[in-house]
Design a binder for this molecule. Structure first.
Ligand SMILES: *[C@@H]1O[C@H](CO)[C@@H](O)[C@H](O)[C@H]1NC(C)=O
Ligand SMILES: *[C@@H]1O[C@H](CO)[C@@H](O)[C@H](O)[C@H]1NC(C)=O
Ligand SMILES: *[C@@H]1O[C@H](CO)[C@@H](O)[C@H](O)[C@H]1NC(C)=O
Ligand SMILES: *[C@@H]1O[C@H](CO)[C@@H](O)[C@H](O)[C@H]1NC(C)=O
Length: 560
C-alpha cells in the first residue's frame, strides 16, 4: 500500500510554508493561481478502501480490459492481490463524494498559467533522424553541457550506413530520443527505435547501435511523468523514471515481450484523487499525448492505483484498447518501437490546439467524453422549439464550504424563468458515468467555485456554465480554473461575483474588517490564510433579484 499511504498522508500535512512560498513565487512571475482543494474525508475513505495490491502486472496484449487491472500475473506476485470484487467495492466508494461537490478543505495548490514563454517543439515535426535531442530550460545548460551540440554529427542516414553495427534491424529502424525539459508544466521524452521498459527498476532504455563516438557515455534523464512540474508539493509525491539511451554495450535487458504499438509512460502521484486534478494533471494531458494513436497505444503506469484506474476506466479505454501495465515490481522487459515518457500539458484544465497533435482542442476532449460515457447530447436544447421542453439547469450544491444557504429560493427563481432545475447532491454521483449522464442532460450548469465545476467537460457544446465567485477578489483564480477552460470547450461562460451582503463572512467578521475592506491584504497573508478565510469559511446566500438577470442571460444564450 506504501505509495498511496504516503500520498494521503502528504495531503493532510501539506505544508503551509511551502505552499505559501509557491504562491509568492507564482505571483512574482505573474502566474494566476488556482485554488482547488483536496477533500480530506475523500482521501480517508479512499485510503480505507485501497486494495493492498502491489503487483498486478497484467498479461501482455490480451486486450481484455475487464480483467486487466484486477489480478496479478507477475512472476514476482508475492503480495496479496486484490480480486475483482474488492476492486468493484472500493471503486464505487472512492468516487462517491468528490466528483460533484468538489474539494472543500485545507490542502491547496497552485495552477500555473504562466508558461507561455516556452513553446514545446513537437518532436514529430522533426524529419531528421537524431539520436539525441534535448531541450533544456534556459540557464540550465550545465547538466547537458557536452552533448546537445553533437547532434549534427550524430545524425544518421541509414542509406549511408548500410553495414553499421546494428543490434536489431528486423523492423524499419528509426532511432530517436527527444526529451523536452523546457515546459514548466511537464517533462516529456519521446523515443523511437528499440525501446525497453523494465518496471522493477523504473527504467526506460533506448538501445541504439550507434558507435560510442564521444567517450561512450550513455545519455540519461530522470523524469517525473506527472504534468505538474511547477508544483513542488505535488511533485514531491511522484516517483522518478530513469530514461536513457544506451549503445547496447552492456546492461541491456533482453525483451520478455515485444509490443507492436507504442507505449505511454506516466505516473499517478501528486494530487491524484482530487477530481479537478485528475482531469487537469492526468486525463487531459493523457488525451493530448495519446489521442493521435487512436487507441493503438499502451499505457504503462508508474504507480499502481487500481481505484483510480477503475474510476476513469471508460476514459482510459476510449484512449487505449490495450491493457494497462503497471511498473510495480515487474521484472519482465516490455519492448516497444516507440515510447513516450511523460504527458504533454499546456494549461490548466485545457488544451492549446496550436501545440497539440492534429490541432486537438478541448472541444475534441469533450467529444471523447461523450463517446467514453455514451452521452447522447452534442448540443443544448433550443428553447421554444417544436418539442417545447424546458432547458435544464444543473445546480451543483456543495456539502462543506461554499454552500448555497438559500438553495430553495434559487430553485424557485430558476423555475420561474421556465428552467427545469436539477440539484446534484454529493451522494448521487456514485460514479463518473452517472455524473456524466446527468450533466450531459443539462443545458446550463451553475455552482460556486470548486472542483465540481470540472464536470463542464460532460456538457453539450454551446451549453452555459455559470461560476459563482465567492467574495474576496477571487475572480482571476476562478477564471483561470474554470472560465477559460470552459470557453475553450465551446461553452458559454458567465460569472457572478458574490457581494459582501450575500456572503456568510458577514456573520464572522465586522463590516469594517480587512476581510471586507481590503481583500488584497488577506491575499498578501499567503495562500493558506487566504483560503481559510475566503474559501473554507464562506457560504453563499444568493440575492436572487440580483442574480435573476444573469440566469435570464444564460437562458437567452441557448437561443443563439
Ligand atoms: C473479456 O473477458 C470477459 C470475462 O472473462 C468476457 O466475458 C469478455 O467477453 C471478454 N471480452 C473480450 C473483448 O475479450
Ligand atoms: C462491499 O461493501 C459492502 C458494504 O460496505 C460490504 O457489505 C460487502 O461485503 C463488500 N463486498 C466485498 C466483496 O468486499
Ligand atoms: C539520406 O538518404 C536519402 C535516401 O537515399 C537521400 O535522398 C538523402 O539525400 C540522404 N541524406 C543525407 C543527409 O545524406
Ligand atoms: C522480440 O523481438 C526481437 C527482435 O525482433 C527478437 O529477437 C526477440 O526474440 C523477440 N522477443 C520475444 C520474447 O518475442
Amino acid at each position: 500500500m506504501g505509495y498511496e499511504m504516503i500520498l494521503i498522508k502528504s495531503l493532510k500535512r501539506m505544508e503551509a510554508r511551502k505552499l505559501g512560498l509557491a504562491l509568492l513565487v507564482g505571483f512574482c512571475v505573474g502566474v494566476v493561481a488556482c485554488f482547488i482543494s483536496m477533500t480530506v474525508s475523500t482521501a480517508k475513505q479512499q485510503l480505507s478502501n485501497l486494495p493492498y495490491v502491489v503487483n498486478a502486472s497484467p498479461v501482455a496484449e490480451s486486450s481484455n480490459y475487464s480483467q486487466r487491472s484486477g489480478r496479478g500475473h507477475g512472476a514476482e506476485g508475492s503480495n496479496p492481490s486484490s480480486d475483482g470484487a474488492t476492486r468493484t467495492n472500493q471503486t464505487s466508494s472512492s468516487t462517491r463524494d468528490d466528483a460533484l461537490s468538489g474539494g472543500q478543505t485545507k490542502g491547496s495548490n497552485l495552477e500555473s498559467e504562466g508558461d507561455k514563454k516556452t513553446e514545446a517543439r513537437q518532436p514529430s515535426k522533426n524529419q531528421k533522424e537524431e539520436i539525441i535531442e534535448s531541450k533544456q530550460p534556459e540557464g540550465d545548460k550545465k547538466t547537458e553541457a557536452s552533448q546537445p551540440n553533437k547532434n549534427q554529427k550524430e545524425e544518421v542516414n541509414e542509406s549511408k550506413q548500410p553495414d553499421g553495427p546494428r543490434i536489431s534491424k528486423s523492423t524499419k529502424s528509426r532511432t530517436k530520443a527527444a526529451c523536452d525539459l523546457s515546459n514548466p508544466r511537464t517533462d516529456v521524452c519521446d523515443m523511437e527505435g528499440d525501446v525497453r521498459i523494465h518496471g522493477k527498476s523504473a527504467s526506460v532504455v533506448l538501445v541504439t547501435d550507434r558507435r560510442p563516438r564521444n567517450s561512450g557515455r550513455t545519455k540519461s534523464w530522470r523524469i517525473k511523468p506527472y504534468a505538474r512540474k511547477f508544483d513542488k508539493a505535488a511533485m514531491a509525491h511522484v516517483h522518478e523514471v530513469s530514461v536513457r539511451v544506451s549503445n547496447g554495450l552492456g546492461g541491456i535487458p533482453a525483451c520478455s515481450t515485444n509490443h507492436s504499438d507504442p507505449a505511454i509512460v506516466f505516473a499517478l502521484g501528486g494530487y491524484t484523487g482530487n477530481y479537478y486534478h485528475d482531469f487537469t494533471d492526468v486525463l487531459i494531458p493523457l488525451f493530448i499525448t495519446s489521442r493521435r494513436f487512436d487507441g493503438e497505444v499502451q499505457f504503462v503506469i508508474e504507480t499502481t492505483n487500481l481505484w483510480w484506474i477503475s474510476k476513469y476506466e471508460q476514459i482510459l479505454r476510449s484512449l487505449s484498447r490495450h491493457e494497462i501495465i503497471f511498473f510495480n515490481n515487474d521484472d519482465r522487459v516490455h519492448c516497444y518501437r516507440r515510447v513516450v515518457v511523460g504527458l504533454h500539458s499546456h494549461k490548466a484544465l485545457s488544451i492549446d490546439p496550436t501545440r497539440a497533435p492534429n490541432g486537438y482542442s478541448m472541444v475534441d476532449f469533450t467529444k471523447l467524453m461523450r463517446v467514453a460515457y455514451s452521452l447522447e447530447r452534442d448540443s443544448p436544447i433550443r428553447p421554444g422549439g417544436a418539442g417545447a421542453k424546458k432547458p435544464r439547469l444543473l445546480l451543483i450544491s456543495r456539502q462543506g464550504s461554499r454552500r448555497f444557504t438559500n438553495l430553495g429560493e434559487i430553485v424557485r427563481t430558476a423555475e420561474e424563468l421556465d428552467l427545469e432545475v436539477v440539484v446534484t447532491e454529493a451522494k448521487m454521483g456514485s460514479n463518473v458515468a452517472d455524473i456524466a449522464r446527468v450533466v450531459n442532460s443539462c443545458d446550463v450548469m451553475m455552482g460556486v467555485h470548486g472542483a465540481g465545476l470540472t464536470n463542464f467537460v460532460f456538457l453539450p457544446t454551446n451549453a452555459v456554465v455559470i461560476q459563482i465567485v465567492p467574495f474576496g477578489k477571487l475572480e482571476d483564480i476562478s477564471r483561470a480554473c474554470f472560465g477559460y477552460p470552459s470557453q475553450d470547450a465551446g461553452l458559454h461562460y458567465l460569472e457572478y461575483s458574490v457581494s459582501e451582503e450575500e456572503s456568510s463572512l458577514t456573520e464572522l467578521y465586522p463590516r469594517d474588517h480587512a476581510v471586507f475592506r481590503d481583500p488584497k491584504s488577506i491575499h498578501r497573508l499567503g495562500w493558506i490564510k487566504m483560503g481559510e478565510v475566503y474559501l473554507d469559511k464562506q457560504n453563499v446566500k444568493l440575492d436572487v433579484d440580483r442574480f435573476r438577470p444573469l440566469l435570464l442571460k444564460a437562458r437567452q444564450l441557448l437561443h443563439q
